[in-house]
Ligand binder design. Structure first.
Ligand code: HEC
Length: 442
């Protein structure tokens, strides 16, 4: 019974996971501030490098920023969104940890965007405009080796609470399948909120699907869990997340008998809708030297008082085996304000992991470390999370908030993508967590 919180943590995968190594796409550029700012020479290069991957027709953002006309129409919004650091959506503080594909604007780029909006958004010399970018809304990494999808479109009612629907797939593999990436094509963007790929080595998910009586494929579970303890995860998909392959020599492993559970978080939109989502797997025949897995670094023992503007939840978790860390993903809900995580070596030296200073529930990014980090058994991960349950937060509640699955509950969780020669299975993780808490936790 005393371990039960960890299972809650596991099922919270729903909001988590978004892909080992899934990050935002972009290229960075440095610019000096010119005398007169034009679209052709100054603005297009910035938008093309930092914005259009999401802001093009058919992509995740609500409007396109491709070409002069579209961008001019948005010039004031572009200035305000970038100045307010809402866009591009990159939340990790620069310089605290170093990540792949950091999508951040320099101060001079911010000034250029602002100046352009304030000076009438001129086009400039059309001949100097960069060549129009071509976007494909097809699979980013090419056609997946395996595509899993519901046999029939799933019917969603018009109204009611969000649901978590689990579709169970059996690859029927007799040998392990090595997965280097998972990508998703949501069937109906209006209702698909996000998707997680779970692994179930047992028969729990299969049994739940079989016993389901609502006449449709799969089964609905509550709050984001899959109704049984999963044995792993392939990560997930959310708007804006771009998929990358695991590093050479590493892969997720789907053992014979293990099922893949595609969990779709549906958000009802007031009309009956249908959805048939595709989950694509990229595989390799080459046996990986190391298996990619997920380490949960969580503190489920907190209570955020009513009215608290800066409630601090801090904890340290011991790393149970030598390992290599590739990705970090802070996870909180609507009261989250900031999260800072660092590594503490046995000699007390500290290494920054990640710092999100302005937490935004809508942008839960997975940050891929530029240099994977070798860590030793016994080192600690120290996390500090700050929550705001005061009037300053539009999502404040009128109760003391504790750990839970619902969005209106909270979490204090850092999800770590790692490889290790010594598998750190769930039992080992739970044991370590309990030991750490028995020693005071922080
Ligand atoms: C990872 C995908 C992504 C990237 C990259 C991105 N956007 Fe967005 N943008 C979105 C999404 C999704 C929304 C709608 C939801 C929201 O507002 O958060 C949005 C909303 C906006 C809005 C309207 C809302 C607001 O906050 O004002 C503006 C303006 C905007 N983006 C400008 C930009 C600019 C300029 C860039 C590049 C510097 C950029 N975006 C980069 C995904 C992206």
């Amino acid at each position: 019974m005393r371990y039960s919180f960890v299972f809650v943590g596991l099922s919270c995968l729903a909001a988590v996971g978004f892909g080992i190594g899934a990050t935002q796409k972009s290229v960075s550029s440095t610019v000096k501030i010119p005398k007169s700012v034009t679209y052709a020479e100054n603005i297009a290069p910035i938008l093309n490098a930092h914005c259009t991957s999401c802001h093009h027709d058919g992509a995740v953002a609500p409007f396109s920023l491709v070409g002069y006309e579209a961008s001019k129409k948005q010039s004031a919004n572009i200035a305000s969104a970038t100045d307010g650091k809402r866009m591009p959506p990159w939340k990790a503080v620069h310089g605290y940890g170093t990540f792949l594909d950091e999508n951040r604007l320099t101060e001079s780029e911010l000034t250029i965007l602002k100046t352009w909006a304030e000076t009438g958004a001129a086009r400039g010399d059309v001949k100097k405009e960069p060549k129009p970018q071509v976007f494909s809304n097809d699979w980013d990494l090419g056609k997946p080796d395996v595509i899993l999808t519901q046999t029939k479109p799933f019917k969603l009612e018009a109204e009611g609470a969000d649901i978590y629907r689990n579709f169970v797939f059996d690859l029927k593999n007799t040998e392990p399948v090595y997965v280097t990436a998972m990508d998703v094509k949501p069937g109906n963007r209006k209702v698909v909120h996000h998707i997680i790929g779970f692994l179930d080595a047992g028969n729990g998910a299969t049994r739940l699907a079989k016993n389901n009586t609502d006449g449709q494929e799969g089964y609905t579970s509550s709050g984001g869990g899959i109704g049984t303890v999963p044995s792993g995860s392939l990560g997930g998909w959310a708007p804006g997340v771009t998929v990358r392959k695991t590093l050479p020599g590493t892969a997720f492993v789907v053992k014979p008998g293990t099922k893949i559970v595609m969990q779709v978080h549906y958000h009802k939109d007031g009309k009956p809708e249908m959805d048939q989502t595709k989950l694509g797997l990229y595989t390799t025949k080459v046996k990986p030297e190391k298996e990619v897995d997920i380490l949960w670094c969580a503190n489920p023992m907190f209570q955020i008082p009513v009215g608290a503007a800066s409630h601090r939840v801090a904890w340290k978790q011991t790393i149970p085996a030598d390992a290599t860390i590739y990705t970090v993903m802070p996870h909180m809900h609507l009261l989250g304000k900031s999260m800072k995580a660092k590594l503490v070596k046995s000699d007390g030296t500290e290494v920054p992991l990640v710092f999100v200073d302005k937490w935004d529930f809508n942008w839960q990014l997975v940050y891929a470390l530029k240099e994977p980090l070798q860590v030793k058994k016994g080192w600690k991960i120290a996390v500090e999370a700050i929550y705001d349950n005061s009037d300053a937060n539009p999502y404040k509640t009128n109760r003391a908030v504790t750990w839970g699955e619902q969005t209106t509950d909270e979490m204090a969780l850092l999800v770590i993508g790692y490889t290790s020669d010594t598998p750190i299975d769930m039992k080992t993780q739970i044991k370590q967590m309990v030991l750490d808490f028995a020693k005071g936790g922080n």
